[in-house]
Each structure stands twice: as structure tokens, then as C-alpha cells.
Design a protein around this ligand. Structure first.
Ligand code: SF4
Length: 484
């Protein structure tokens, strides 16, 4: 009964089983060949977005850019790429969280204001974008994109801010929601983070210059040394005069809102995020999971790649040996652009293959980092059974995801979350496992340092602040009949 209800209401073949990534940003100042350096940095951030990529650089007088739909390595084949000379620049990889996936929305956005060219790259989601945009449109402003990111350009260009000191700080202080921004003028790079610190942004030193990155793995990639994070509410500016910092919004009183899902799933394990090792946090998640929900099993099997460290932690804590029962095919394209439901389902199966010799006849505990809709887990468990696994116990290294995220993660609707209105037993029955258990909130929080500085809203329904303006990914799109 439960299976039938779930199957018909959610569809067996919705295959976007994970929350989606949501952009990565990277910038440099004072380096040779910035386009190549940014390219290398973005390459390390590709896991944060695969819909589009772009780079804007400057030689101190002229700004040049290249961008397009697709992956970072698609940029090098564009004719503009060899022309990108200079010593500063910013780049972006995109997964759309506001604004559809189309070329106009790829960043960095490059615009001409009365005082010169500005380029911006944004990671996050602005919760007051719709009302700000509407007020500018009523005053006659024209928007080039349907992203929330563009609103910052209008604030910076607004004469009310342009003519006053601390113009960028004033513009940033108007924004609500999650944002890590990189901005570039012809002769400076700026980095800013919202007062709650939802999204990560780190600073590195490279030679005599500086680098900024969503994750430190990209700093490593270019040989930069991690210095520190951009602080919540801080604007860092680097230009020929050096590097300096200011506060555009006093740190909020009380807890921050750093996204705990970065540690659970999004970030690369070789990154430091919010000043903490992602690898270490995930090992602790796995250890806590094993303590809370032991399983009578012979093998621990990770769901690669993001479940690897939690499975290792589970194995260390439980003493059950870890084996690789799934093999990920890294050459499969993005499943969401496959043309038919059947193609997409096949693609999911091709992406993760079972090693039959590992699981056949065995009692296994499978460790995954999250369970969003349940449909992908269901397929995986069926495949494990077909390969001969005797018992399958699924363990999830975070609590049930029951609530939407308003801060830049693409699971906006409760209808899409299987745990929103189904108890664990029903979910277990739907996915076909012998047992299912989630890490609880205490286990999650004790896996990170300073747990009160993290947002856990998608698990608890309690967010760092009340979001009054909620909108969908398409909220800033023109109605179809008005689209030009
Ligand atoms: S609601 Fe969840 S995904 Fe969104 S910022 Fe908070 S912890 Fe991260």
C-alpha cells in the first residue's frame, strides 16, 4: 500500500536522488595568466555546478570574459579564451537555484555601469531578490537575466549608493539570504560573505598575489596557501594598494547559519570548509552513525563518492570491514539532460555499478550521505539484491531531510522529500531494504566543531531567521507568453 502510494505520487523514475549543487566561485589578483589559473581553480570546483561556467579577467584597463553552458573544460575551446590576458579575474561554475538553466544566466555577469565595467559571481540564494527586483523594475531598470545574483549590480549602480562612501558595503547590506560574492572591476577583486555565513569562501596566498575560492581544494589545485575564510558580514578588497577588509554588516548576535550539508554531502572531502576538514567531519558522522545504529553485517559498502568517508568512519567504529561494492563511472554525463525517462533511469544504473563478487551471499550495510526522494536508493537496493546480496541495511549519515532549503540548495518543495510525510518504516519498505536508519540531530551536530554556528533547517524546520519571501527557481522568469 505504502509502496503503491509512493510509487504513484512520486514516480519511480524521478532520478535526481541527491540535493543539487549550487555554484562555485574562484578569483585571483596579482597572478600571471589569470584565465589559466582560474580555469584550474574552477576545475577543482566542478562538483559544485555543471550547467555553465565562465571567467572574466582584466589587465587593469580592459575586462574580457568567456562563458557558456557546459563544463569548465568546454571554455578552452572557445575562441575568446586565448585573449583573456591580465593579472586579475573571477570565475564561476553554475547549478541554477534561481533562474533557469540558460546561457544568459551563466556567470560571471559582466555589465557596464557609468563608472566602468563590473563582473560578479555569486554562490547562494537571495531571499529578498524578488521584491528588490520589482522595485527596480518599477523604476525603469532592465534586467539581463532571471537570476537573483544580478540584483547586486543594480544596487551598486544605483545613484543612491554610487555617490556615497562605502558604496559596495551599503549595497551588500541590502541583501538577505545566502551569498558568497566575488566582484571585479578593471583593477580590483572583492570578496563578500553574508552575515550568517551560509556559504563558504576562503582566502589564499599565491606568490605575491591572492586567491579566493568556495573551497580550499581549489586553492591547493593552484598551489595557493590557505590563509583564512572571508568572515560573515565581511568585504575583502584586493588591488594595487594591497588587501584590506571592512564590515558591511555587524556579525549577527547569536548563532551563524553555516550550511551543515556542506560537510555532509556538498564539499569535496579534501577541502577545509568553515575552517574544518570535511574529511574529518564525515569520518565522525560515520562513527556516530555506527554507534547509534549498529548493523549485523559482514561488510560496509559506501555509496561513492560522497558516502565514502562516512562509510569509512562506520567501518572503523564497528570493526566491520569496508569493501567497494559500487563502482562509479565518472564518464557518464549529466542525467537531467537525458531526453527520456527510460534514458535517465538507465543512466543512473550506468553511473553506479555493483561488483557482484563483493556482495553476493553477504549481509551488507550500505552507507549513504543522504536520502532525498528515495527513488535512487530504491534502484540501488534492487540492483544489490539482483547481484545476490543476502541482507541490505541502509544507514544515512544525516537526519531525515524533511524541510525545504531557502538558501541555495535545490530541493525547494516538501512534496519532493520522501521523509517529509513518511515515517522511516514506510521509507524502508518503499526502498526495499532490510533495515533503514538515519543519524539523529545530536549525532550530526557532534560531528562538527561549533555546532551552534550551523544551519540545520532542512532537518529541523528551524532556520537561522524567518524567511518571509519564498520563491521557486523560476520565480524571476518572465511568463512564457512574454518571453522574447
Ligand atoms: S536548510 Fe539545509 S541545505 Fe539549506 S542552508 Fe540550511 S542546512 Fe544547508
Amino acid at each position: 500500500m505504502v509502496r503503491a502510494r509512493l510509487a504513484t505520487s512520486r514516480g519511480f523514475f524521478m532520478i535526481q536522488g541527491k540535493p543539487k549543487h549550487y555554484c562555485g566561485i574562484f578569483g585571483v589578483f596579482g597572478v600571471e595568466n589569470p584565465a589559466r589559473v582560474i580555469y584550474n581553480g574552477l576545475f577543482a570546483l566542478q562538483h559544485r555546478g555543471q550547467e555553465g561556467a565562465g571567467i572574466a579577467v582584466s589587465d587593469g584597463t580592459k575586462v574580457r570574459s568567456v562563458k557558456g553552458m557546459g563544463l569548465v573544460n568546454d571554455l578552452t575551446s572557445r575562441k575568446e579564451f586565448p585573449t583573456l590576458s591580465g593579472h586579475l579575474g573571477i570565475g564561476h561554475v553554475r547549478y541554477s537555484t534561481t533562474g533557469l538553466s540558460r546561457p544568459q544566466n551563466v556567470q560571471p555577469l559582466v555589465v557596464e555601469c557609468i563608472d566602468g565595467i563590473w563582473a560578479i559571481a555569486h554562490n547562494g540564494n537571495l531571499t529578498n531578490a524578488r521584491s528588490l527586483r520589482r522595485s527596480y523594475q518599477e523604476a525603469g531598470a532592465i534586467f539581463q537575466t532571471s537570476t537573483d545574483s544580478e540584483i547586486l549590480v543594480h544596487l551598486i549602480a544605483d545613484p543612491m549608493y554610487r555617490s556615497r562612501p562605502r558604496r559596495v558595503e551599503r549595497a551588500l547590506s541590502e541583501l538577505q539570504g545566502a551569498f558568497s560574492y566575488l566582484l571585479m572591476t578593471k583593477d580590483s577583486v572583492m570578496a563578500a560573505r553574508d552575515p550568517y555565513g551560509f556559504r563558504p569562501l576562503s582566502i589564499g596566498k599565491v606568490g605575491n598575489g591572492y586567491a579566493f575560492s568556495s573551497e580550499t581544494c581549489a586553492l591547493e589545485q593552484i598551489g595557493a596557501e590557505y590563509i583564512r575564510d572571508v568572515l560573515p558580514g565581511e568585504l575583502v578588497v584586493v588591488d594595487d594598494k594591497g588587501i584590506r577588509s571592512s564590515t558591511f554588516c555587524e556579525p549577527i548576535s547569536g548563532s551563524l547559519g553555516q550550511c551543515i550539508f556542506e560537510h555532509v554531502y556538498f564539499a569535496r572531502p579534501d577541502s577545509m570548509v568553515f575552517g574544518q576538514s570535511v574529511h574529518d567531519a564525515r569520518i565522525r558522522l560515520g562513527r556516530n552513525l555506527a554507534r547509534q545504529h549498529p548493523a549485523d553485517a559482514e561488510l560496509v559498502i559506501p555509496v561513492p563518492d560522497s558516502g565514502n568517508e562516512a562509510a569509512l568512519g562506520f567501518s572503523k567504529e564497528s570493526g566491520i570491514p569496508l569493501e567497494y561494492g559500487f563502482i562509479r563511472n565518472h564518464y557518464i554525463g549529466r542525467t537531467f539532460i537525458m531526453p527520456t525517462v527510460a534514458d535517465r533511469a538507465t543512466s543512473v544504473d550506468m553511473k553506479l555499478a555493483v561488483v557482484p563478487g563483493v556482495v553476493r551471499g553477504k549481509k551488507i550495510v550500505v552507507v549513504d550521505d543522504s536520502l532525498i526522494r528515495g527513488t535512487t536508493s530504491r534502484r540501488r537496493i534492487r540492483t544489490l539484491r539482483e547481484a545476490g546480496a543476502k541482507e541490505i541495511h541502509l544507514r544515512i549519515s544525516c537526519p531525515p531531510t524533511r524541510y525545504p532549503c531557502y538558501f541555495g540548495i535545490d530541493f525547494p518543495s516538501r512534496d519532493e522529500l520522501i521523509a517529509a510525510d513518511h515515517p522511516v518504516d514506510d521509507i524502508c519498505s518503499f526502498i526495499g531494504a532490510d533495515s533503514l536508519a538515519y543519524l539523529d540531530m545530536d549525532g550530526l551536530k557532534s560531528s562538527v566543531d561549533h555546532p551552534n554556528d550551523f544551519c540545520t533547517g532542512c532537518f529541523s524546520g528551524t532556520y537561522p531567521y524567518d524567511v518571509t519571501e519564498q520563491h521557486s527557481k523560476e520565480a524571476l522568469e518572465m511568463p512564457a507568453e512574454q518571453t522574447v
